[in-house]
Design a protein around this ligand. Structure first.
Ligand SMILES: Cc1cc2nc3c(=O)[nH]c(=O)nc-3n(C[C@H](O)[C@H](O)[C@H](O)COP(=O)(O)OP(=O)(O)OC[C@H]3O[C@@H](n4cnc5c(N)ncnc54)[C@H](O)[C@@H]3O)c2cc1C
Length: 296
């Protein structure tokens, strides 16, 4: 990718070459970003997208890095991180959250304000923008259940508001296309603080008992096929504990691959192939990746 800092005249924020992304990914794998950009304000993000369009530069948005597998050689693109955008504002029964705020911080604010509706998302390690982009959720609820509108920068660099009826999320996909989410507005209902706290505690206990939450992973590596669970199929194929180097099919939940230390993206993908082949041979089911691949 050919690029020049001159093109970004007027940009306020961080713009650097060769920033290592492994520490930014939950599984602690990945090479550098060719260009790493942290816009201070929405207008600076819009400027980046206008420049990218004008000069045909590839760009991606980095959220909490918990659903990404970044190539060992890195990614030849402008990687935009919005960690500086952290505000969550209460407006009646609504919470207006900047996309860089962490999902746990949003849930804490909801609990403190006695607002109910987000409890089922407890324990999902994400930024608000990443949760929206992926329509993160569980069997009981998902991010779009309470979204009423989004503010985005579109691929032309225009800042726009999208109302709920303009959005068509599906399973683990916000279906937003090439946009950068800057703000999400959630409409919640008034609840009792103890009931909210108890619901969060129950969800968290279930998650901690069934998922390797303290290990380095990308969450569920495969989408659940229609009417079944990828983890059940992988386990039934006898693949719990299967490993390529330090990358292992979790013994706690077979749809998680964990990095025991020093693993590479190439090893993750080798394990993906092995698991896919075995599940196809045993059950005739083609597993589809849920994790996003960067740099391939
Ligand atoms: C231990 C663990 C448990 C998990 N449990 C769950 C679970 O229960 N349910 C579930 O759904 N997921 C789960 N995940 C996966 C992950 O947390 C979700 O997919 C989450 O939504 C990813 O958010 P993120 O901010 O980390 O996004 P990233 O991983 O950084 O990015 C994911 C995608 O979102 C895009 N994106 C990020 N921010 C923005 C933005 N502001 N605007 C536009 N696009 C953006 C990225 O470009 C990328 O395509 C889990 C992961 C781990 C590691």
């Amino acid at each position: 990718m050919e690029w020049s800092k001159r093109w970004f005249e007027g940009f306020k924020g961080v713009l650097r070459e060769g920033v290592d992304l492994a520490p930014r990914s939950h599984i602690r794998i990945g090479g550098p970003a060719r260009v790493y950009a942290e816009p201070w304000a929405e207008e600076d993000a819009a400027l980046i997208l206008r420049v990218c369009r004008e000069h045909d530069l590839p760009w991606v948005v980095l959220g909490g890095g918990s659903n990404l597998l970044i190539a060992d050689s890195g990614i030849d693109a402008i990687v935009i991180a919005i960690d500086a955008w952290q505000r969550v504002v209460k407006d009646g029964n609504r919470l207006v959250a900047s996309a860089g705020a962490s999902l746990p911080a949003l849930l804490r604010q909801a609990k403190d304000a006695s607002l109910s509706g987000l409890e089922g998302l407890i324990g999902i390690p994400a930024q608000v923008g990443g949760a929206v982009a992926m329509n993160a959720g569980t069997a009981t609820s998902e991010t779009f259940d309470s979204i009423v509108s989004l503010r985005i920068v579109d691929e032309t660099g225009e800042i726009r508001t999208l109302e709920r009826d303009e959005l068509s999320p599906s399973y683990r996909n916000g279906n937003l296309g090439d946009v950068l989410v800057t703000t999400a507005t959630f409409e919640l209902s008034t609840g009792s603080p103890t009931a909210i706290q108890q619901a969060m505690k129950d969800h968290l206990q279930k998650r901690n008992a069934t998922q390797p939450v303290t290990e380095k992973s990308v969450g569920c590596i495969f989408k659940n096929p229609e009417g079944d669970a990828a983890g059940r199929l992988i386990q039934a194929a006898g693949l719990k504990g299967e490993a390529v180097g330090p990358i292992e099919v979790s013994t706690k939940h077979a749809n998680y691959f964990v990095n025991k230390g020093g693993g590479t993206a190439a090893q993750v993908l080798e394990l993906v192939d092995r698991v896919r082949n075995r599940v196809r041979e045993e059950f005739g089911v083609e597993l589809e990746l849920e994790v996003k691949l960067w740099g391939y």
